[in-house]
Ligand binder design. Structure first.
Ligand code: HEC
Length: 223
């Protein structure tokens, strides 16, 4: 009997101790959480040595906690030089922004020269980044629809999307829309334009009419 009582008492004490430390489920506590750490063996992340910006700090040559930007960093407000030798500020290039310079208007057409190389690049990048949802044809029937994880994906052959300017599509691809993520951080701007050039070719492939053929080709059709 004695054992049973001491067993119950010890059990109650342990339970009270655990409840006291962890709190009861559903209770809101305004007290700071219990911290189990020692500076030496288990440093808490709540309190840690750190430097505030622009504070004196003798360790660095300039005597400040703040350091200059690493070599090669390009401020967006400064002119940059491209591999082609062009010099412009980041925001002054429609290739970066999708906007006409100095305005908030979307550019109507692709600022890159549409060549076979660009289209081939766009084809490859489209298949990698866009076809999982939009399908290789851009009709919205990608693998994500087939396996049922994304039921409504835009059909890129919709008149509404055909009529969008290239700059607006660039904006959607860069920022994302609805369930579609942003591709700006993953796909470089030049590749996004290559994808758009290829997307236009895809759209054109279903928009062709007899009038697009040369008279000779039309003649063979009518035979
Ligand atoms: C993870 C799936 C997914 C991927 C990958 C994806 N999209 Fe989308 N996309 C969507 C969905 C979903 C919508 C419909 C968004 C909405 O209207 O809410 C959409 C809409 C669009 C639209 C129409 C936007 C509008 O204004 O209605 C365009 C254009 C588009 N996507 C282009 C692309 C391109 C180009 C790529 C490749 C870089 C791409 N998408 C990759 C899921 C995806």
């Amino acid at each position: 009997m004695r054992y049973v009582i001491s067993f119950l008492l010890i059990g109650a004490a342990i339970g009270a101790a655990i409840g006291g430390i962890l709190g009861l489920p559903g209770r809101i506590s305004h007290r700071p959480p219990v911290e189990i750490y020692s500076d030496r063996y288990m440093p808490g992340m709540d309190r840690q040595p750190k430097l505030r910006p622009q504070k004196p700090f003798a360790f660095f040559a300039n005597g400040l906690s703040s350091q200059l930007a690493p070599a090669g960093t390009i401020p967006r407000s400064e002119p940059i030089q491209t591999a082609d030798g062009d010099v412009y500020r980041f925001e002054d290039s429609p290739v970066n922004t999708g906007h006409s310079v100095g305005t908030t208007n979307f550019v109507a057409t692709n600022p890159l020269k549409v060549t076979g190389v660009l289209l081939a690049r766009g084809h490859e990048r489209f298949d990698i980044y866009c076809s999982p949802c939009h399908g290789k044809l851009g009709d919205g029937n990608g693998i994500t629809k087939a396996i049922g994880v994304m039921p409504a994906v835009a059909n890129l052959h919709d008149a509404r999307i055909i009529e969008m300017t290239d700059g607006e599509i660039f904006n959607t691809v860069t920022q994302g829309k609805g369930l579609m993520g942003a591709y700006g951080p993953i796909v470089p701007a030049e590749d996004r334009w290559a994808i758009i050039a290829y997307l236009r070719a895809l759209q054109l492939s279903t928009l062709g009419s007899v009038d697009d053929l040369t008279p000779e080709q039309q003649a063979t059709l009518n035979k």
